[in-house]
Ligand binder design. Structure first.
Ligand code: ADP
Length: 282
């Protein structure tokens, strides 16, 4: 059944299958009927639901359940990955979050297989993991800038699929989201970073150079979606020009993933009445 405000559930409306990024309306709000204020109102409600479900996941983890959820965030600069971490992930109990951001590999990381740093950062049982950029950089920036020859990046798609399948089989639900803004919206957001002293820290002059590679990135993202959207770990495509929409959409995807785990509160490992009695007598 469609949720309030959603004419089609987010999991359906955001499916990557068959989608051409070139045709994507990045200012769209697929599946959602309502304006910004309706979206924000619903987001406030759904954030509570997400937070309650995450607490259950954490509680089960503390009781030995090894299952976890991993949110993989990909997107061009300014697409809003940081905003998702801050506003969506930031709404749940930080004790239950395993966060990792992946930048240019360090010297040590370069000496290892590209999945080495990824494996080290996987969420522990009961945790909500979030990857701000991920192993997908190894078929995105690496492909666009020829950081390794094609013979080396080409087999990575299959390798990543196998890696994620293993992860899912071991109990991690992988929620992959690719966030897309338009070239104009990116310019607007970069300009804002140059106009506001509280945003200078987010600005990187190299981001302007990367704009020159936009078509190459579009192609690399398209290949990523086509080759790594699997049954075990499908991609979701998020139009991200409207921040309220991307936050709401990703909140819904996380709620869906957590609901599918069918989490109950872990039962007491002690006799409740007996402990109550002891406490009252103490
Ligand atoms: P952000 O730009 O997300 O705020 P950083 O300033 O740490 O974060 O930079 C991330 C940069 O690291 C991006 O330009 C990204 O393309 C690059 N990067 C991430 N992973 C890799 C990789 N495996 N190889 C090369 N560059 C990478």
């Amino acid at each position: 059944m469609a949720k309030k405000g959603w004419s089609v559930p987010a999991t359906e409306a955001l499916k990557a299958d068959g989608l051409r990024i070139a045709d994507l309306d990045t200012s769209g709000t697929p599946g959602f009927k309502g304006d910004k204020s309706a979206g924000q109102e619903l987001l406030a409600e759904r954030t509570e639901v997400l937070s309650a479900l995450q607490e259950r996941l954490y509680a089960n983890g503390r009781s030995g359940d090894l299952r976890s959820v991993l949110l993989v965030l990909q997107g061009m600069d300014t697409a809003g990955k940081g905003g998702i971490v801050r506003h969506v992930i930031g709404s749940v109990d930080p004790q239950g979050v395993d966060h990792a951001a992946f930048g240019v590999p360090t010297e040590e990381e370069k000496r290892h297989h590209y999945l080495w740093r990824i494996r080290k950062a996987l969420p522990r049982g009961g945790q909500l993991g979030v990857f701000d950029r991920s192993h997908y950089e190894d078929v995105l920036v690496v492909r666009v800038h020829n950081l390794v020859p094609k013979e080396e990046w080409e087999p990575r798609y299959d390798e990543i699929n196998a890696f994620e399948k293993e992860l899912v089989d071991e109990g991690t639900t992988v929620v992959k989201v690719a966030m897309f803004v338009s070239l104009d919206e990116q310019k607007r957001r970069l300009l804002e970073r140059l106009e506001r002293p509280d945003k200078y820290w987010k600005f990187n002059p190299a981001d302007i150079d990367e704009r020159g590679y936009w078509p190459d990135y579009q192609e690399a993202y398209q290949a990523m979606l086509e080759r790594t959207s699997t049954k075990s770990a499908p991609w979701h495509v998020i139009p991200a020009d409207r921040k309220w929409y991307s936050r709401l959409a990703i909140t819904e995807l996380l709620i869906d993933a957590l609901e599918k785990l069918d989490l109950e509160w872990p039962p007491a490992k002690f006799d409740v009445d007996e402990q109550k009695k002891r406490l009252l007598e103490a």
